[in-house]
Design a protein around this ligand. Structure first.
Ligand code: GLV
Ligand code: MN
Ligand code: MN
Ligand code: MN
Length: 423
C-alpha cells in the first residue's frame, strides 16, 4: 500500500528517468572555459544551480526535501512505518556529491546522485513499498576544492572535523567557510556532529564512477567497492625574498619557487621509493605571482596516499627533510602543516556481502580515491558501487561513462536498495 499519510506518489509521466538524461540536464552547469571540463565549487553559482536542480528532481518524485545542519540535502522517500517520513529510523541512504575539482569530469559525484534518482524511479516502477524509508543525499564540498578539506559535509556530520576549524577554513579569495555558508543560508553556528541523524541510518550505499581501469580490464559494468586508500593533504609554505627578476643577480636571490620545485621532485622520489605510495603536488600558489617577480612566498599542497599510515607518515617526513635542506640552501624558510588525514577504510563486510548476493557477477575492487562513504564508514554500515569508466581517467574532463553502463549502474543500485529496504 501507499505510505501512511504520504498521499499518492507520482511517478514521472515518462516512466523511470535515464541516468544519461538526468546528467544531460546539467551538462552545461559549471562548464569551465578556461580549464576545460567542469568547475562546480561548493556554494558558488554552479553548485547552487545543481542543488536547485536536485531539489526540483526530488520534488518531481514527491520526495521530502530537507537540508541538514551541515548543508547536505536529503530527499526522503518515506517508508510505510509509523512516522515514516524524513529522518525516520532504519533508513537506507544512497547518494554522492555535486561539487567537483577544478576542471573536473562530468561524473565524479553527479553520477551517484543521478543514479540514485533513477533508482528511485525504478523502485517506484516496481511498486516497491517498504516500512523502511529511503533517502537520497547530496553532500557538500566532497572534493575540498574550495575550502581545502575533502568530504567536509560528511566529516562535520560524523564529527570528524571540529566545527570551529571548519568555520575558519578559507577559500582562495580569503573568504571563510562560515561567511560563505552563511551567505548560502546555512546557520553556521549549528554545524557539527549529528549523531541522531546517523543513528537513524541502517546502511549507506554510494555509487560512483570508477576512477581507474579495473572494470574495463575485467569487462564488467559494475563493481562492489572494498576499501579506500588512506590519504591526506599537507601544505608547505616556503618564504624567501620577493624581488625584481631583472635586477637581482642569481647568487643574491632567496627564491622560494626554487625550493618549491625541489619539493615537487622530492615528493615524487619519496613515493617512488615505497610500493603502493602516491604523492602529488597538484596546486602551487606563488605570492604575488608575476612573471617578472621573484616570489616572496610559495604555498604548495601535497596529497599523499598509502594503505599503511606509517608509510604515509614516512613519505611525508622524507619530503619534509628534503624541503628543509632545500630551503636552507636557498636562504628560505619552510613550514609544513597537515590539513587532513584519514587512514585506509574497509567497507562493512556484512553489508558488502549482501550487495554481492544481489550482484553475483560484480567484481570487488578497492580504490585510491576518497569518498563521503569513507568518512561515514566510521559511523554506519557503508558500502560502494562503481560504474565502469572507459577511459579510466578521473579528476579530468576525460572521465567517462557510457550510457548503457550508467543504466546498468542505476539498475544495480535499485536492486541493492530494494534488497536492503525489504530486510
Ligand atoms: C577525491 O576524489 C579524492 O580522492 O581526492
Ligand atoms: Mn535500525
Ligand atoms: Mn573526486
Ligand atoms: Mn567523488
Amino acid at each position: 500500500g501507499l505510505p501512511a499519510g504520504g498521499g499518492g506518489r507520482v511517478s514521472a509521466a515518462s516512466g523511470p528517468a535515464s541516468v544519461a538524461g538526468l546528467l544531460g540536464e546539467i551538462a552545461d552547469v559549471g562548464r569551465d572555459a578556461t580549464r576545460g571540463g567542469w568547475s562546480r565549487f561548493v556554494y558558488a553559482d554552479a553548485e547552487l544551480t545543481l542543488r536547485e536542480w536536485f531539489v526540483e528532481q526530488a520534488q518531481r518524485r514527491s520526495l521530502e526535501v530537507e537540508t541538514d545542519r551541515n548543508g547536505a540535502i536529503w530527499a526522503w522517500r518515506p517508508g510505510t512505518g509509523p512516522g515514516g517520513g524524513a529522518g525516520s529510523p532504519h533508513a537506507i541512504v544512497t547518494g554522492s556529491h555535486l561539487d567537483s575539482v577544478p576542471g573536473g569530469g562530468a561524473f565524479d559525484g553527479p553520477l551517484g546522485v543521478a543514479s540514485a534518482l533513477a533508482a528511485v524511479d525504478l523502485l517506484d516502477a516496481r511498486g516497491v513499498r517498504t516500512e523502511r524509508p529511503l533517502a537520497v543525499v547530496a553532500f557538500p564540498e566532497e572534493e575540498g576544492a574550495r575550502f581545502g578539506v575533502a568530504c567536509l559535509g560528511s566529516r562535520l556530520l560524523a564529527g570528524a572535523i571540529d566545527p570551529d576549524r571548519a568555520r575558519g577554513l578559507r577559500d582562495a579569495d580569503g573568504r571563510t567557510f562560515a561567511e560563505v555558508a552563511a551567505g548560502a543560508g546555512l546557520d553556521v553556528d549549528r554545524i557539527g556532529p549529528d549523531p541522531a541523524r546517523l543513528a537513524g541510518i541502517d546502511a549507506f550505499v554510494e555509487l560512483h564512477v570508477e576512477q581507474g581501469r579495473g572494470l574495463v580490464d575485467l569487462g564488467q559494468p559494475v563493481a562492489i567497492g572494498s576499501s579506500i586508500l588512506g590519504h591526506g593533504r599537507w601544505r608547505f609554505s616556503v618564504t624567501g625574498e620577493g624581488n625584481h627578476a631583472g635586477t637581482t643577480r642569481m647568487p643574491d636571490r632567496r627564491d622560494p619557487m626554487v625550493v618549491a620545485a625541489g619539493i615537487v621532485l622530492a615528493a615524487r622520489d619519496a613515493a617512488v621509493a615505497h610500493a603502493e605510495a602516491r604523492a602529488t603536488v597538484g596546486r602551487v600558489v606563488p605570492v604575488p605571482g608575476g612573471t617578472n617577480v621573484i616570489a616572496s612566498r610559495v604555498d604548495l599542497w601535497l596529497d599523499a596516499r598509502h594503505p599503511d599510515d606509517a608509510v604515509t607518515a614516512a613519505v611525508v617526513a622524507e619530503i619534509e627533510r628534503q624541503a628543509s635542506r632545500l630551503a636552507e640552501a636557498q636562504g628560505c624558510a619552510v613550514t609544513l602543516t597537515e590539513e587532513s588525514y584519514g587512514g585506509t577504510v574497509s567497507f562493512d563486510a556484512d553489508l558488502s556481502g549482501r550487495l554481492a548476493q544481489v550482484l553475483p557477477e560484480a567484481p570487488v575492487l578497492d580504490t585510491g580515491a576518497g569518498h563521503d562513504a569513507g568518512v561515514l564508514a566510521a559511523a554506519i554500515p557503508t558500502a560502494m558501487l562503481f560504474t565502469r569508466n572507459p577511459t579510466g581517467v578521473s579528476h579530468s574532463p576525460e572521465e567517462a561513462c557510457e550510457d548503457g553502463d550508467a543504466e546498468a549502474g542505476a539498475a544495480a543500485l535499485a536492486d541493492v536498495l530494494e534488497r536492503l529496504l525489504r530486510e
